[in-house]
Write a protein that binds this ligand. Sequence first.
Ligand code: HEM
Length: 456
Amino acid sequence: MPATIPRPPGVPLLGNVDAIDQNAPFQSLHDLAKKYGEIYELEMLGAKRVVINSQALMSEVSDEKRFSKKIAENSTQLRNAAGDGLFTARLPEEKNWYIAHNLLMPLFKPDKICNLADDMMDIVSQLVLKWQRLGPDAIIDTAADVSRVTLDIVCLCAILNSFYRETVHPFAVTMSDFLLESTKRGARPQAVQNLLVAENKKYEDDMKTLFKTTDEILAQRRALGSDKQDILGTLMYGKDKETGQGLPEKTIQYNLLTFLIAGHETTSGMLVFALYYLLTHPEAMRKLRDEIDTTLGGRLFTTKDLNTMPYLIAVMRETLRLSPTAPARTVAPFEDTVIGGKYPIAKGESIIVNTYSCQRDRKVWGEDADEFRPERMLDGKYDTLPRQAWQAFGYGERACIGGAFAWQEAQIALVTIFQQFDLAMADPNYKLTVKQTLSIKPANFFIRATPRADKP
Ligand code: HEM
């Protein structure tokens, strides 16, 4: 028997627009999941979206024979800057995705990413120097400092440019504003959008700044020639083995922006959440530090140490389970179908995979699913989870290309920080609030960093 998918009460024309807080859509989706359960639907400005919130449904819609990624409304806005770049390309029609994907996949394999470890270490050591110089009394804006590191890592490792500076780079501010406004625009009726003259002007100006920056990077790179076969060099000069085709100029620019956008906020959010969870769980922090000290005995982290510290990996997995920094993705079925054995979904209809709620499914993670407990990822438990229970990097053909990059970067950053510093929250009563642009991260989370007196 087909079942009716529950829908929160809405208003004529706007539907459920009011049910979603545009500054924190992930939180609204999660609150509705707590109220309506594993599935509900929303009608936003006449368009229906089904939201799924359980591991079972997330696993079902990960079947690539039945479902594929759909470019959702906020991503449609993002396409203004990222076009047919990897993240926002529409398949199968936008063929440049296949070219870029085939060209870049080999560069993102873990053994190739290893070659970037020294550069990643260098940039993380700049953060260490800065925190040492600031001293124990300074109040550190964690997200700002960590984002500077992850932006510079993606710039230096993928693009060969350094953006590092003591204050937040204006490009990062522009990008963050652009992403936030893209999300908001995705939920506004066109008539309302047209009235927002100042917002529209800023959005257009921000986009011009983004394109101007990428134009400059591409010009600098062209002047260097085609020798360097790194990520940008491959995008600019690579030829697809199957078709012999390269990427058009505009698509190179779209992909460059895609890497700047997708490659830094998600990882910095992950690192800041990890620091937040560790600082609010001193026992976990102690275990992590013991593991680092025992494994490395005070020497620098090298690529040989990657993935050798089980507690560190468990902390990272548990952080991204509770706070997947890309908290949702959208898919649609190729044909009319039924999910969960009873919920009918029409061909092409948007299904929001609410990763944030799915990864807190009590049927999988137990009654303490909302608790930070890295132990649930230890001793082989991660490997025996039900299918697709942990999907922080998405799934299948459109899964994150930068997973190994982020995984390596996060290990280097966390190990180095805990080797060097005793961390404390600047405000011991800090209550977690989350800022959302395209990704999520803790807001106003300030710390103090004291150089460790007990280094091994
Ligand atoms: C796609 C998460 C880091 C580049 C994705 C997707 C997720 C994700 C969930 C799939 C989105 C969808 O299905 O709509 C994350 C997380 C990260 C991270 C949680 C860090 C903790 C990175 C890094 C890079 C990167 C470091 C690049 C250096 C991309 C790109 C795509 C993507 C290009 C689009 C792939 C495609 O569709 O072909 N990411 N990501 N990401 N990510 Fe990441």
